[in-house]
Design a protein around this ligand. Structure first.
Ligand code: COA
Length: 262
């Protein structure tokens, strides 16, 4: 895969994706979204990869938004296509079958905040700044921000941030539930890896089903009616997995489970 704007590396079962446009504070141009989509597609069922960490190059920005210079003269039709494509990619991340952590190393504005919210978990460095400043450009978020921000922090605070375009620091983001952890920048990767490694000890099929069920709550109930029904179905399906047999057997034999993700 030829990548212009992303750096990727696989180490210890983790796929590291670094958005690498530091001169533009890692702003997401369309090519970067396409590359993100390709990388997530490519590694979706790769036995070597059990989890993903996304971060931004440098120490200043995770992603400072969609690339304003690229869409400034877009027509409504081009804008709609840009938003649709971004939604497809971010939905893919949100529904990814293995855990995805955003390691937010600085500005997470506009599309950057939206990208972090599409990930399953968010770890921020102390210097991280979050916001959806699109109204300052006469625009609204186009990569799911009006929806996922409400899901994560509630309607009242989300409306305030979306309507004022205000930015918030990492400490407030944690207080509001926008991020899971805030750590010094030097510990950002270690904390993100620690979270993934804990999840790696659990049944992978079950972890994937947790994501499906939680997402079903926010997405019209998933594929089988309402989201409670999704849980009922997925709960039953767990019992035909080898992971379930291994997990329960290991418990009864008082040993650590050795899950195969099957
Ligand atoms: N799109 C395109 N370029 C961007 C960008 C974006 N979203 N965010 C930053 N950049 C570019 C700047 O234009 C600048 O490029 P230049 O050196 O060629 O002039 C470079 O990145 C550095 O940014 P700069 O503004 O000089 O850094 P700063 O420290 O003064 O300010 C921010 C940092 C994040 C506050 C500021 O860059 C900003 O407000 N960015 C836009 C945020 C935004 O509105 N995002 C939502 C877009 S939908």
């Amino acid at each position: 895969m030829q990548l212009e704007n992303l750096l990727i590396e696989v180490k210890d079962n983790i796929l590291y994706i670094t958005i690498n446009r530091p001169k533009n504070l890692n702003a997401l141009n369309i090519k970067t979204i396409v590359e993100l989509d390709e990388v997530f597609e490519e590694y979706m069922y790769n036995d070597e990869v059990k989890g993903v960490i996304i971060t931004g190059a440098g120490e200043k920005a995770f992603v400072a938004g969609a690339d304003i210079s690229e869409f400034a003269d877009f027509t409504p039709e081009q804008g709609k296509t840009m938003s649709e494509n971004g939604h497809d990619t971010f939905d893919k991340i949100e529904n990814y079958p293995i855990p995805v952590v955003a390691a937010i190393n600085g500005y997470a504005l506009g599309g950057g905040c939206e990208l972090s919210m599409a990930c399953h978990l968010r770890v921020a460095s102390e210097n991280a700044i979050f916001g959806q400043p699109e109204v300052s450009l006469g625009l609204i978020p186009g990569y799911g921000g009006t929806q996922r921000l409400v899901e994560l922090i509630g309607k009242g605070k989300a409306l305030e941030l979306l309507m004022t375009g205000d930015s918030i620091n990492a400490a407030l983001a944690k207080e509001l539930g926008l991020v899971n952890y805030v750590v010094p920048q030097t510990e950002l990767m270690t904390k993100s890896e620690e979270l993934l490694k804990k999840i790696f000890t659990k049944g992978p099929v079950a972890v994937s089903k947790v994501v499906q069920c939680v997402n079903a709550h926010f997405r019209g109930g998933g594929y089988v009616g309402d989201s409670y029904h999704t849980e009922v179905t997925q709960f039953g399906q767990c019992m035909e997995t080898e992971d379930f047999t291994e997990g329960t057997t290991a418990f009864l034999e008082k040993r650590k489970a050795d899950f195969k993700g099957k």
